[in-house]
Ligand binder design. Sequence first.
Ligand SMILES: [Cu+2]
Length: 125
Amino acid sequence: MAGRWILRGGACSLVIALAACAEASAGPTLKPNEVQVIEPVGREAAWTYAPHELKVSAGTTVTFVNMGKEFHTVTSSDEGRPFDVGLDSGRKATISFDKVGVFAYHCGVHPQMTGVVRVCDGACT
Ligand SMILES: [Cu+2]
């Protein structure tokens, strides 16, 4: 009365799933209201802020995190320089954006690094 059981391998599909998983984890993990300074290894020209443009509603405090090994700044590109903060490796700084507008900034050490905070009246669309 013993039945015959036919086993089918599922191992192949498991390996494919794991490979897809590893690929998805590449690149910076972005959090709301946070900008990361990233330094792609060996490509100083590609050092940047991620995201390049952050959209927030007025009154939001944005956190800037230096994920790299070098010192960077978050320096307003506007007249009167409403903000200018230095970030050692691994450190964070916060800046509150209370006025509606488009606020461009750059790194005082590496001029190729630029970013924008777009501050909306209420939720950004
Ligand atoms: Cu820099």
